[in-house]
Design a protein around this ligand. Sequence first.
Ligand code: NI
Ligand code: MN
Length: 227
Amino acid sequence: MDIRFLAHSAVELIDGDTRILVDPFISGNPKAAVSPDELEPTHILLTHGHADHYGDVVDIAKRTGAPVLAIAEIATELGELGVENVFDPNLGGTVQFDWGWVKLVPAWHTSTTPNGTVSTPAGLLIMVGERLVYHVGDTCLFSDLKLIAQRGNHVNVALVPIGGHYTMDRFDAVTACEWIGADEVIPIHYDTFPPIETDAQAFKTDVENATESKVVVLAPGETHTVR
Ligand code: NI
Ligand code: MN
């Protein structure tokens, strides 16, 4: 499975013909490595409704016909906006796909879409083939990160926000990585805007000193192959 970092919290998980696009904030993203028209996802997932995650979801879903999975209130909004194929789980819910499954788990944050829909933010456990990816979403440090990551399947790759200001910072994120215990960690949600500038290489050093996890720092547009 390949993980393509598109900048901020936007990633593509690519496994054979499956292309799972998460949090497609591309237009208006100063670090975006692609244009929204270049993306051809088979599925789209949202962690929450903020503009820097919701992004181009409506346009991409309508153009490609890709189904969108988002928490119930956001899924309802997307349906009202003309997205034909939506999945609307809530926290704790798992949706099965032919390539694996997605489970919505808590994140401590807020969430209002650009259209005003208020909902609860989430993290995403994404099982693709034999690999479990934990997209932590936007959150502060909270102790249930340990519960979420350490019961059930082992987390192979964790996508962890490190930018601070809107989420946990790179220091709290080290503790999060200790609790998640993933094989690999990819830092996200940093350097996009001035308030969330941080030192990803220092985060890598700190995590690799404190844990068994290996940190993979990706530039926007870079792809990492998960073995
Ligand atoms: Ni947010
Ligand atoms: Mn955000």
